[in-house]
Structure formats: structure tokens, C-alpha cells
Design a protein around this ligand. Sequence first.
Ligand code: BDP
Length: 602
Amino acid sequence: MLAARSSASRDIRSLDGVWSFQLDPDQDAGLDQRWFAAPLPAPRPMPVPASYNDITTDTEVHDHVGLAWYQREVQVPRILGTDRLILRLGSVTHAATVWADDVEVATHTGGYLPFEADITEHVRPGGTFRLSVAVDNRLSWQTLPPGFLATTAAGQTVQKYYHDFYNYAGIHRSVLLYTHPAVAVTDVTVTTGFEGATGIVTYQVEADGAAAVSVRVLDAEGTQVAQADGAAGQVRIPDVTLWRPGAGYLYTLEVHAVAGQGEERTEDVYPQRFGVRTVEVKDAQLLINGEPFYFRGYGRHEDNLIRGKGHDTALMVHDFELMEWQGANSFRTSHYPYAEEVMDYADERGFVVIDETPAVGLNTGIAAGLTGAQAVPTFSPETVNDATREAHAAQIRELIARDKNHPCVVLWSIANEPDTTTPESREYFEPLVAVARECDPTRPVGIVNVIMATPDKDKVWDLLDVVMLNRYYGWYVDTGDLASAEKHLRAELDGWVAMAPDKPIIFTEYGPDTMAGSRDLFARPWSEDFQTAMLSMHHRVFDDYPHVVGEQMWNFADFATAVGIIRVGGNKKGMFTRSREPKQNAFVVRERWLAMRDRLGF
Ligand code: BDP
């Protein structure tokens, strides 16, 4: 899906702000009572975008399971001639039904990707309408991430799930209204390469009702550097400036779609940004522009005080400042697609991104230990099944459709720590890897591997281009015993290198929970000193293995989780606290990463 961009033919209006809000009193009673057909009966204010959970002082809102209703009045812009009016929601977690006045205009499942509705026929230009969104935060075995509802001994319905972050819900990203002409660019795909100093840009445009399509390539200053006619083709950019890690140079493919002639002539203009760069996996290296890349950074979360998972521009820019201060050059969108603004910003700042689907918690084994949830088989007709796989395939397709033109994305992660040790897991994942490759033949594909899926047990590694490892030697295993942890880590690495000598290895998680301010002469677990010691051990090991091409520690910052006896106010594995103060280790890792940046140049 194309991002909403303004242009000579497109206007955008934001509907962000304070909306009316009300919890559905009893599962879906608001639906039966048609709450969308009138102002909400007892509304309270709620900011958009934000998670609703931490905004009010009510436990009921914080712990709500079921539908929550959002509503606001919308002034309809004057619409020119045959222009269309589109409503666009950046993400609603986890599912949404949307009404314009009494008309249902959209439904969408999947809490981290955008959806749209053409509402032209349902509203009056210059008038107003009531916009209602029913937000469903319930997870089932057929959603991603999966979960299930349970009833407590006291009779309360609660949401259980197998992933380690709080089930924040709400309208998490911006709500926009935008216009485009009746003739409309609906999709653009750009792939790039280069020969010597010449950039080669292959493009493909889909446009509704267009008689003619043409493209202009503009450089970062807006100067035209190439041009072509036709809905598909190739253009060459002389003296190209490549997109590189640390230097996010961007071009724009300005797409023109024209219909009609004379008085009847209409034209849509869509500016599609792109960078010229290549990605390739070869000889146990990940190459960007033909040069080996080493990932330095973190798994992250969209998570912060008050706003939960709501997108926040100030927080986004601050987080990139912190990452750059530390010498990081990359991150993974653990464990779901991030806001489009984040992907745009990573393009601009030259950050390298591993882009992940919301397939987290497809592993009842680890989660049983972590959350106290019941241990049932991961893959079975009653749990993760064919319908889940269909939903998973849809998420892969939607993610790639949204993010395919981002130069920052160098690798698709189609799941985090699923069970990959059973024959059923291979049956489940083989077609999904194929879906990813079919949607994007240009980027490598991986699955983030869980600690139990050691080389002797993993059943999917050969389907993938890279080995991505989440390892907790020294924490969940060999707790506090770094000498044994180092032995086990080296032994496992030896196993991967022997089994998959051509595949690069990226550490996508490692590190202990660390209470900020806890110092310990004996560097015992939970102290800042232990975090430093454990990460330093890992880094020493990584440096001995040329197959290791990346270190993304867990996590950039402390984050909220469900309540549990191993979580003290959330997960504390951050390099920074939840309010972004550096822990001691941040300075130690900074020294290492800045030295690497100086040596490698990015
Ligand atoms: C891994 C998960 C991650 C958790 C982390 C941890 O991928 O989501 O937060 O471990 O336990 O299992 O801290």
C-alpha cells in the first residue's frame, strides 16, 4: 500500500487530536446498540494516536478486554471535481471496524499495518460526518500475535498471550483524510542496482483509469536526473549517489498518471522516494552495495510512558539521536511492523532495518515458562493452524506491500522465536518463506531462532538466507555464570558454522535484565555491572567468528510487559531505561561501536 503523500494533485488532512472514547460495556454490546449511529452515550476524552491503556487513571481502561469505541466529528474538505476522498488509518491494534455516520466503510485485522477506505460516496463536501472506530484488542489462535481468552477464578475475562510485551491497544498511528483525482496511482515498485557510476532503476506503476503514465527521477535537491514514459521500465541515473548505511541519500520517482484530454484531462502525481542500493547474501556475509555490512544496534519496541505504543514524533527523533550517539547503525522492528514515519526516518538517516512481521509468540514452549500460560502444542488444529498460516501470509504480503520501497530494509524477518523444532513447524513455514520470496525477490528472508532450536534440532534453517539468533547464555541459561555461558555460546556457534558455512549469523537478541542504578562489586545478575560483563563476553566471542555479521542486543530500552514474577515493572533488558536514561553499559558499548564506526566508515 502506498504511503499518503501530498503532491500537486493530492491534499492531506490530519484527524489526530482528542477524540471521544468509551469502553464497550459487555463484549460487543455497542455493536448491538449501534453506537456508531449517534454520539457515544458516555464519552471521555482520548488522544489519537496513543494506546488507551495508560491514559486514564482507571484500571478498567488499563485492563480492558474487548471493544473500545472512538468517535469524532469530521469537517469534510471541499473536494474538487471528480476527486476521491480517502480515509487512512496508520494502525489500529488489533482489529477495527470503521463507520462514516451510519455506513460501515472499513474493517481490518492486524494491529500494525495501515488500511484505507474510499468514503467519497458517503460524505458531503463542505459538510461534516461522524467518524466511529470500534477497536478490538482480543487475540486468538488465528491472529498475529496469537493469544486466547481465559476466565479467572473471580469470573473476569482476561487476555493471555505468548509474547513478552504489554498488549497495548488503540488507534496507534495517525488518522488521515486525503484526496486524489479519479485517475490514481495505486502502486509503485522500485528496485535498484548500479553499474560503475550509473544507477539503474527499474520501476513498475499501477494506476486506475490512466491512459498514460510517465516518471521523472529527481535527486535530493529536486533536480531532474532521468525521465521515462510508460507504466513499467528502466531508467539510468548518471553519477549516481548511492544510499549507504550512515548516509541515506534519497531520490524521488515522481509518477504522473494522466486520463482524458483537453477540459476533461486529469492527472495524478505521486512522489515515491527511493534509494539506489543493492543487498545480497554471499559467502557468509550480508553485502550492501557489494560491501560486507556489520549490524550494530538493538531489537526495539514501540513503547513509552503514557502513550504506550502510540507513535510520537519527538520520541522517534530522540531515539534515533540516542542510537546514533551510541554508534549504532541498525535495528530490528521487533516484534511487529513499526510506524511508517519510523521507516521514512530510517531511510533519511541511513539506518539499516530488519523488518519483522507481528508473528511473535508462535511458541507455547518458552512462553509457558515465561507467562505461566498453559503448555499446549504450538501447531495443532486447535492452536496455530492453517487459518493462522493464512493470516500470517496476509501479514507478510501487507508488510512487503507497505515497505518494499524503503532502502533501509535489507532483510525480512517473518517470525520471532517460533517453534522450529518439529516437522509441523517446517510444514508451517516452508510456504510462508515462499510467499515472502514471491512478494520480494530482491531481499533476503530469515526467521529469528529461539534458544531451544539449536543446530541439531532446528528444522527450517536451510530455507533461509541468514541465521538470526536470540541467545541468553548467562541469563536464562547459565544464570550469572559467564565462564560456562561463554563455553556454551562458542560451542553453539561452532555448530552453526559447521552446519551452515555459507550463511551469515546475526545476533538479534542477547543481554540480561538490569535494574538501572543497581551497582555490584561482584557483578551479579540484575546489576548494571552484570549487564556490562555479559555483553562484553558476547562481544569478545563475536569478534572471534567471521561468520557473525551483527550484534543487536536486547533491548534498546526497558519496556512494558504483562505482569509476571520474572518482570519487575516490565522487561528491564534495556540499554536505556524506559524514560531513556543510559545504563552504565551504554557507555561501554558506545566505545566499542564508535571505534567500529571509525574503522568501517559507517
Ligand atoms: C525473547 C523474546 C523477547 C523477550 C526476550 C526476554 O524474543 O520478546 O522480551 O526474550 O525474555 O524470548 O527478555
